[in-house]
Design a protein around this ligand. Structure first.
Ligand code: PBG
Ligand code: ZN
Length: 325
């Protein structure tokens, strides 16, 4: 047998050398924790399909926000479930709306924590779609005006960043214009630029109470089979002034994240969605997988694939595990 010259195993011999040649690192500041806000006080209502995740009243969310800050998370992203839903999602555009109140109060209590607001209407409409309905689907251009209003009230409440998730054409341009006109040129936009219509959103719909009352979101969210279209969606949002781009869901779309990393110079986020979380939790509860191992491996995989930010329901646990290591 010929002599072996190259032996990659030399660089795997012990933890010290493995650490030195490690290419990607996961840090608490890479992680963004989603929070579900509900009206009321002292409410901490478990989301059954997402063990460890609760719908929170603002006072409870403040406690979680403190933990997020202490553990050094990058920030939190806020979703609101209003007391009253209507045809156009009015609560999302009101200063008294659940998320606007939450932004004000969390900012006051934990001023250094970075606050992102999800900017969409599906949790606020009585039909559960991401904008007002015209005919059988969402009225794209009517939604744009409303999105601008929602982003402005979020900014007025003191949010650090807005994150439109509704996949409306022209949404970045509309939101940028509305924010700038209102004097919020410095509020960045994280665009859910590449969001697929996905069965992985199942548990979120229990958490956020945004299941469409008719039809589905396939006329606005992307088809899972498409890759070139993802580059087109991202390019349009870059042109319109997006500051960061997001790919969603995570696990089944890591090739898309890498494509974006190779084509664009903006920071990238990935959303490790509710169904991905639920699968890990369910298997871990049965003792079928090692939760910590699986979670840290998955999150590291997102970094390797090109993510700068990771939105994940595992954020607090992962940050704790990282600080033990
Ligand atoms: C809708 C929205 C969805 C999620 C966040 N915002 C998906 C949807 O209901 O279509 C899903 C997040 C998750 O599953 O964790 N704007
Ligand atoms: Zn939506």
């Amino acid at each position: 047998m010929a002599q072996i010259i190259h032996r990659p195993r030399r660089l795997r011999k012990n933890p010290a050398i493995r650490r030195m040649v490690r290419e990607n690192h996961l840090h608490p500041e890479d992680l963004i924790l989603p929070l579900f806000l509900v009206p009321g006080e002292r409410i901490k209502k478990p989301v059954l399909s997402m063990p460890g995740v609760d719908q929170l009243s603002i006072d409870q969310a403040i406690e979680v926000a403190r933990q997020a800050q202490e553990l050094g998370l990058g920030g939190v992203i806020l979703f609101g479930i209003p007391a009253e839903k209507d045809a156009t999602g009015g609560d999302a555009r009101s200063q008294e709306g659940i998320v606007q109140q939450a932004i004000e109060q969390i900012k006051a209590a934990v001023p250094d924590l970075y606050l992102i607001a999800d900017t969409c209407f599906c949790e606020y409409t009585d039909h559960g779609h991401c904008g007002p309905i015209k005919g059988e689907s969402v009225d794209n251009d009517a939604t744009l005006t409303l999105l601008g209003e929602a982003a402005v009230v979020q900014a007025q409440a003191g949010v650090d960043m807005v994150a439109p998730s509704g996949m409306m054409d022209g949404m970045i341009q509309a939101i940028r214009g509305a924010l700038d006109t209102a004097g919020f040129e410095e509020v960045p936009i994280l665009s859910y630029a590449v969001k697929y219509a996905s069965a992985y959103y199942g548990p979120f719909r229990e958490a956020a109470e945004n299941t469409p009352s008719f039809g589905d979101r396939r006329s606005y969210q992307m088809d899972a089979a498409n890759r070139i279209e993802a580059l087109r969606e991202a390019a349009l949002d870059v042109e319109q002034g997006a500051d960061l781009l997001m790919v969603k869901p995570g696990l089944a779309y890591m090739d898309i994240l890498r494509d974006l990393k190779n084509h664009f110079q903006l920071p990238l986020a990935i959303y490790n969605v509710s169904g991905e979380y639920a699968m890990v939790k369910a298997a871990a509860q049965k003792g079928w997988i090692d939760e910590k191992g699986v979670v840290l491996e998955t999150l590291t995989g997102f970094k390797r694939a090109g993510a700068d930010l990771i939105l994940t329901y595992h954020a607090l646990d992962a940050a704790r595990w990282l600080s033990e290591a």
